[in-house]
Design a protein around this ligand. Structure first.
Ligand code: SF4
Length: 363
C-alpha cells in the first residue's frame, strides 16, 4: 500500500470564542481529535453543515493554521512544527483555491502580477520567462494570454476563479485544496470550473481535497468522502457508498435534505431538523444525539468511537447496525481495543448503577 501524501493523527484546533462583558471567552473546539489519510492521486471531499469544522480542518492540513494538538504528516514527514524555509517549500507544494474569487485576488494587481507572484517568490525565472509562464498558465485555465494586463474587477466570477486556479498552479503544487471552490459562482459556470479542476488534476497528476456542502459537486468530483459534524468525523466512505448506502444517521439526513430533482418521489429518511448545537458547549455523548431520530440513553452518555468496516469504511455511531438492519450485510472488522475498553467501562458503570440509563450519576 502506498504512503499517504497527507495524514493527520488526533488533530484538534481550539479557538477563543467571542468576548462577553465580565465573562471569560468560551473555548470553541472547531476540530476535535481527527485522524485521516489522503492518498496520492485521489480526490477527498470533506462535507458537513456550516460550522462543522470542515474548512478549519482543510486549513490545518495545509499548515495555514497551527493545530492545538495532534500531528500532520506530508509524504511521511512530520510537518506540524515546520517553519522557515521548510514551511515556504510546503506552501509551494500544498496550494489552496479560495471560495470567494473576488476577495482572494488583490484588486490593485493585474492578472500578470497575481499569477506571476508565486513564480517571483518561489522560482529563479527571469522576468521574460515569468511572463511566458503566466501566458501559459492562463491558456491552461482557459483564459486568453492577452488578458494578463487586466484587473480582477474586469472579470466575471467564473473568470476570477480561473485566475485563482492559475495562481495556485503557478508554484507547481502536488496537492490542491478547494475550499468551496464553486459555491460563490453562478450555477451556469459551476460545471465549467468543476470540469476544469478535473482536467487539471489529470494533466498535472494532482491530489485534491474538496471542502464543500454542495452534494452534487462532491458526487461528481470525489473518490472518497469524509462527513463531519460539530468538529468530528462521523463517517468516511467511497463516494458511491456514501450516496447509495449512507450508514450514519447524519449522513442519511444530509443526503435526504438535498433538493429532489424528481417531483413526487417520497423521502424514506427524515430531513435534517433543527440547527447545529453551540460548538462552545457541544452535547454530551454522541454530538448528533440532539437531532438524531435514533438517539438512545447510551448515545446521550457515551461518545461513539470510529469503527473500521471492511474496505476501510469508517463510522462513529453506537447503533448503525440496528438502523441499517434491512441493508445488505456489511462486514465489520474486529472492534479496536479502545472501543472494547470503553464499551466495558460503560456497561460496568450501568451495572453498578454509578450511571443510570436516564443519565443521572449516583454516588
Ligand atoms: Fe444517533 Fe446514537 Fe448513532 Fe449518535 S450514536 S448518530 S445519536 S444513533
Amino acid at each position: 500500500m502506498s504512503t499517504p501524501i497527507l495524514e493527520c493523527i488526533d488533530l484538534s484546533k481550539t479557538f477563543a470564542g467571542p468576548t462577553r462583558l465580565f465573562k471569560r471567552n468560551p473555548l470553541v473546539t472547531a476540530v476535535d481529535r481527527i485522524s485521516l489519510q489522503v492518498m496520492p492521486g485521489e480526490t477527498l471531499a470533506i462535507v458537513g453543515e456550516s460550522g462543522s469544522g470542515k474548512s478549519t480542518l482543510g486549513r490545518l492540513l495545509l499548515r495555514l493554521l497551527t493545530p492545538s494538538q495532534g500531528e500532520i504528516f506530508y509524504q511521511g514527514e512530520a510537518i506540524t512544527q515546520a517553519s522557515g524555509a521548510r514551511l515556504n517549500q510546503l506552501r509551494r507544494e500544498l496550494q489552496i483555491i479560495f471560495q470567494d474569487p473576488f476577495a482572494s485576488l488583490n484588486p490593485r494587481m493585474n492578472v500578470a502580477a497575481i499569477v506571476g507572484e508565486p513564480l517571483w517568490l518561489h522560482s529563479s525565472l527571469s522576468a521574460r520567462q515569468r511572463q511566458e509562464k503566466v501566458a501559459d498558465l492562463l491558456h491552461t485555465v482557459g483564459l486568453p494570454a492577452a488578458w494578463a494586463n487586466r484587473y480582477p474587477h474586469e472579470f466575471s466570477g467564473g473568470q476570477r476563479q480561473r485566475i485563482g486556479i492559475a495562481r495556485a498552479l503557478a508554484s507547481g503544487p502536488k496537492l490542491l485544496l478547494g475550499d468551496e471552490p464553486v459555491s460563490a459562482l453562478d450555477v451556469s459556470v459551476q460545471a465549467q470550473v468543476v470540469n476544469l479542476l478535473e482536467s487539471l488534476k489529470q494533466q498535472f497528476g494532482l491530489t485534491m481535497i474538496i471542502v464543500a456542502h454542495g452534494l452534487a459537486v462532491i458526487r461528481h468530483m470525489s473518490d472518497r468522502v469524509v462527513v463531519m459534524y460539530l468538529g468530528q468525523i462521523v463517517e468516511i466512505a467511497a463516494v458511491d457508498d456514501i450516496f447509495d448506502t449512507p450508514l450514519h444517521p447524519y449522513t442519511q439526513a444530509l443526503i435526504a435534505s438535498a433538493p429532489q430533482l424528481q417531483p413526487g418521489v417520497k423521502r424514506h429518511i427524515p430531513m435534517l431538523q433543527g440547527d447545529l448545537p453551540n460548538p462552545a458547549s457541544p452535547p454530551s455523548g454522541c454530538r448528533f444525539h440532539t437531532r438524531c431520530p435514533h438517539a438512545s440513553d447510551e448515545c446521550r452518555l457515551l461518545e461513539p468511537i470510529n469503527q473500521v468496516l471492511a474496505g476501510g469504511r469508517q463510522i462513529a455511531c453506537h447503533r448503525w447496525q440496528e438502523i441499517n438492519r434491512d441493508r445488505s450485510v456489511i462486514d465489520l472488522a474486529p472492534p479496536s481495543a479502545a472501543f472494547l475498553r470503553r464499551r466495558a467501562l460503560f456497561e460496568r458503570a450501568v451495572k453498578q448503577r454509578s450511571i443510570t440509563l436516564s443519565g443521572e450519576v449516583t454516588p
